[in-house]
Design a protein around this ligand. Sequence first.
Ligand code: NAG
Ligand code: NAG
Ligand code: NAG
Ligand code: NAG
Ligand code: NAG
Ligand code: NAG
Length: 386
Amino acid sequence: MNIWKFSVSVLAAVKSVWTRGSPFAAVTALWPTNEEGKYIIQSEGIRLALTNHGAAVTNLWVNNTHGREIDIVLGLDDAEAYQSLQSNPFLNGVIGRYAGYLSNASYTVDGTVYPVTGNAHNATSLFNGGDKSWGRQTWDIAVHIDNSITFVLFDKKWNGFPGIFASCVTHTVTPYEWRIAFGVTPLLKAGPINLSQQAFFNLDGFEVDQTKTKSDNSTVLDHVLKLPVAGMRFDVDDQGIPTGDMKSNREGEEFDFWSTDSTIGERISGSTRGLDTTYVLSHKPLGDKEDEPVAVLSSKLSGVTMELFTDQDALHVQTWNNSLEGLGLKKGQGSGRVSQHAAISLQMQDWPDAVHHPEWRHRKTIWGMDGLYTRFATYKFSVGGR
Ligand SMILES: *[C@@H]1O[C@H](CO)[C@@H](O)[C@H](O)[C@H]1NC(C)=O
Ligand SMILES: *[C@@H]1O[C@H](CO)[C@@H](O)[C@H](O)[C@H]1NC(C)=O
Ligand SMILES: *[C@@H]1O[C@H](CO)[C@@H](O)[C@H](O)[C@H]1NC(C)=O
Ligand SMILES: *[C@@H]1O[C@H](CO)[C@@H](O)[C@H](O)[C@H]1NC(C)=O
Ligand SMILES: *[C@@H]1O[C@H](CO)[C@@H](O)[C@H](O)[C@H]1NC(C)=O
Ligand SMILES: *[C@@H]1O[C@H](CO)[C@@H](O)[C@H](O)[C@H]1NC(C)=O
């Protein structure tokens, strides 16, 4: 069988499901880039730049309340420089085929244990998809129009996973909105899937409120974070691996982000730890997941508010913790450094390490050839209370 032809037709189906009718265009990597080697998509009030290395988001511009354009994500100036990044995942890239920890570096389908190539805890677990994770791959571009771009990747048994997985990620912008649609379909063999897109935000575009601080380094400590449906969180062991237990985020206590509007600084004062927790998202039982945001982040300084909507059932919230030593700001962002707490990421994802917790009844963890994994995330922006 011609696997390429087959895959393309599968992806064509995948694609038409997502965009309701838009046919798969041409498979080519020859789409135009800007002078930094990045692909641009734009709509009213929003412009994004992306690179096909890791399918990473490199820049996100909005106008602040003073009408000045700011770039509110961490990234690198030169798209080629992403290829030599050693981090896993890539800065603001896709996390897959299996994000987070896969404990015991293995999973089981129909009684057969499939070992994979571990890259964490002395190779006893797999982290963010392994050393050849999707964030470290160069993706192809299937479609690129003014306001939308689709990256495709064929995972050819990397990181010890059996089976080829075909994956698409589509980024689309509409006025003041950025939508990410994931789609993965297994070819040849079933297996676990868990995708996420990481993006580290600073809604001030890393500008500093000079009336409040003498430092040139911007942080998100004055941003207000609300997680309206995060009433519980996942318990983890001292290695960061989920135990299978959930804990309650009691009103007024340390992990309560659902009942109050407080700044990140107030929440983490007195510790250098920052935020690093996976929350359970308790969507409304019969609600439309597009109805209610799972996170609302805002900054008074820039007047920018960002709401995140997703159909995923967990959210990993993490503040920047110098995980890439020496990372600078981009040219348009000023001369400060990327310091501790400079940015925050809100990773929509599935329940952590669910393949090893059959006691969480009826969670779908393994996708077969007849399965199509799709997930979405939408970021909505508003400025100055508009
Ligand atoms: C910011 O405002 C200017 C002037 O109105 C406009 O040209 C520009 O496109 C806006 N930027 C974004 C990202 O919308
Ligand atoms: C852990 O991995 C080993 C080796 O791959 C396998 O033999 C064993 O069954 C796995 N244990 C569990 C609980 O999955
Ligand atoms: C990893 O393996 C080395 C050598 O076997 C051992 O010294 C070390 O304690 C192990 N580390 C962990 C986290 O298990
Ligand atoms: C923060 O800014 C000050 C000067 O404004 C600088 O000396 C310092 O190194 C910066 N800290 C970090 C962590 O970048
Ligand atoms: C953050 O960084 C500090 C200092 O490097 C480290 O001690 C701490 O464990 C880190 N916290 C997290 C949650 O990674
Ligand atoms: C999915 O990935 C996230 C990291 O992005 C991880 O924290 C979570 O444990 C993963 N979920 C499952 C079901 O493995």
